[in-house]
Ligand binder design. Sequence first.
Ligand code: CP
Ligand code: NVA
Length: 297
Amino acid sequence: MKFLSIEESNSHELESLLHLAAEMKSTRGTHPNQPLAGQTWALIFTKASTRTRVSFEVGIRELGGNVMFLSKNDIQLGRGEPIKDTARVLGRMVHGAVIRTFAQQDVEDFYSYSGIPTVNALTDEEHPCQILADLLTIREKLGTWEGKKIVFIGDGDNNMSRSWMWAAKYLGFQFVVAAPESCLPPKEFMDRLDASNVTLTTDPATAARDADVINTDVWLSMGQEGQDEKEALFGDYQVNSELLSHCADKHIVLHCLPAYRGKEITEEILEAHADTVFQQAENRLHAQKAVLATLVE
Ligand code: CP
Ligand code: NVA
């Protein structure tokens, strides 16, 4: 009934969602069943979005449902109405909710108070739907993640890196986070993660050595705009041709997008790997349709 984090997922659920995502992709436009028929889903977003909003709107419609997009400025949430009251109202009217916001607790509270299927469409803590799309892309491009070295370069303590670390714990691949010291995940998080296959370093070249997958994300996440001092820490953490010279021959590059060319990745490398990066973006649609169909089973 909920998909709020990779942390609270497990290897069986991830495998089963990815299997269904691949099936959704190969049968797009021809699936006979419409699991959301007769349902209306709300998309409640307090942060900007291109990929997530469009992929959920299209996906819900393709599964037979209706969808309403509610930015925080459209509803009383933006004027301070508590999430628990918003949840108790919407829970009586719509059949499911997809939420993009700041605090993880808000999506947890929405689910508890609404009692309807709820999906995390990005919080400061996690971006679980993106990780499903990324894993699907790795499977399509490399066949498997088993035995692969997957590296995250950038802000090691953001929603993407955290969701990736949980995926590594459950799926068992080697995962390395390379970030400036103050942007590595704190000890409290690593103790909770408790995964010996996840390692941290401040040296991007060491991390990239023999890597099969290089993954990056913006240096400043939504809500951190204007933090120039933080951004200045990332000069050595750009995904560029020099960094990729350390990787395995058949490496791929992932970026959840939006990309800031000249910052976390060069124009040259983003364009050289555009086939993978935009396949990754497309896979949001298929992965999320698998999540939605599973939640209403
Ligand atoms: N990757 C991602 O979530 O993109 P949007 O912010 O455009 O939804
Ligand atoms: N870490 C980024 C991801 C954007 C999809 C952010 O939260 O802004």
